[in-house]
Write a protein that binds this ligand. Structure first.
Ligand SMILES: Cc1cc2nc3c(=O)[nH]c(=O)nc-3n(C[C@H](O)[C@H](O)[C@H](O)COP(=O)(O)OP(=O)(O)OC[C@H]3O[C@@H](n4cnc5c(N)ncnc54)[C@H](O)[C@@H]3O)c2cc1C
Length: 276
């Protein structure tokens, strides 16, 4: 879509070239959302591609994902991830959990998806479940770190201040070495996620994390020292997710989302209990 209100496109070599910010400025990542609907209040786009951040950096500490990394690049990392990253198949599960074709995957960025803060943002599901931490670059301030699970505060809402840039997301190595179980439901084949749950369990200490996304307005993460009993897990979900936190839209009613959340959580608990 042509954005008729845009009068200026900037292509900085460094983010600190952007010293001022005013309403109407927008960072441009893959553009798959920005160019998909009218942006009547946007007059300046600041292209992130010219910053040329390395997309994916694998190290002993884990994985550093540049905000500008394309979804397709993360999908491909599944096949060449370090052998002890047992959770690496989650990259592919989540990269293919968009309501979108390969054309979107090749342009959309991980950062753009997280910043959009849509309940069905699969890069939020992935990075929250793998204990991701965002590095944020405010305009004119010191960088700060925020856990992905805290970054998204509601449907299309996040913690970014005006002009603040999501620079990268770090996934710690210990999270990448966890066992996992993945469940997702869509009303239509290849449709938008109605519910997306990911459970992880530490193979050494047994710590269990359940990350609830798509069903809820923001990610909800439940943490247990060991795998809980069925009743304990059910109670924890009830306490953490009041009925008003379930999303209500054309892709699913709050009642159906709640039903599937309990149903999949119990499946995940059973699957991880049976994983050696
Ligand atoms: C057909 C179709 C299907 C889609 N399906 C889904 C879906 O299933 N789930 C879903 O969540 N989304 C979906 N989307 C929306 C969108 O394409 C994705 O969320 C995508 O990941 C956005 O990434 P992008 O790089 O294209 O972001 P852009 O469109 O470039 O930017 C999105 C927003 O984030 C801001 N932004 C981008 N990067 C940064 C950054 N590093 N720091 C600060 N701000 C930044 C931009 O200013 C803009 O406001 C779909 C879109 C289309 C057209």
């Amino acid at each position: 879509m042509d954005l008729h209100g845009v009068r200026c496109v900037r292509r900085p070599a460094r983010a600190d070239e952007i010293t001022s910010w005013e309403p109407g400025c927008a960072w441009l990542a893959g553009g798959t959302w920005l160019f998909s609907e009218p942006q009547v209040n946007t007059h300046t786009l600041i292209d992130l591609e010219t910053l040329r951040w390395p997309s994916l950096q694998v190290s002993a500490d884990g994985l550093e994902i540049a905000a500008t990394c394309k979804v397709a690049a993360l999908d491909q990392l599944t096949d060449r991830a370090p052998a002890d990253w047992t959770a690496a198949p989650l990259f592919r599960h989540c990269c293919r959990a968009f309501l979108a074709s390969f054309k979107i995957w090749h342009e959309a960025t991980i950062g753009g998806n997280i910043v959009m803060a849509l309940p069905a943002g699969p890069m939020i599901s992935l990075t929250a479940s793998l204990e991701g931490v965002c590095t944020l670059w405010p305009r004119g301030g010191e960088p700060r770190s925020v856990r992905v699970v805290d970054f998204v505060t509601g449907d299309h809402r996040n913690v970014l201040a005006p002009g603040e840039l999501l620079r990268s997301i770090h996934l710690p190595a210990h999270a990448l070495r966890k066992q996992f179980a993945f469940r997702r439901f869509t009303l239509t084949h290849l449709g938008r996620s109605e519910v997306l749950l990911i459970g992880t369990r530490c193979p050494e200490h047994g710590k269990f994390l359940l990350t609830i996304t798509a069903a809820t307005l923001r990610p909800v993460q439940l943490s247990f020292a060991t795998l809980p009993a069925a009743a304990e897990l059910k109670r924890a979900i009830t306490d953490a997710v009041p009925p008003t936190l379930y999303l209500d839209d054309t892709h699913g009613s709050p009642e159906h989302r709640a039903h599937l959340t309990y149903y999949f959580a119990e499946q995940i608990r059973n699957e991880l209990a049976a994983t050696p």
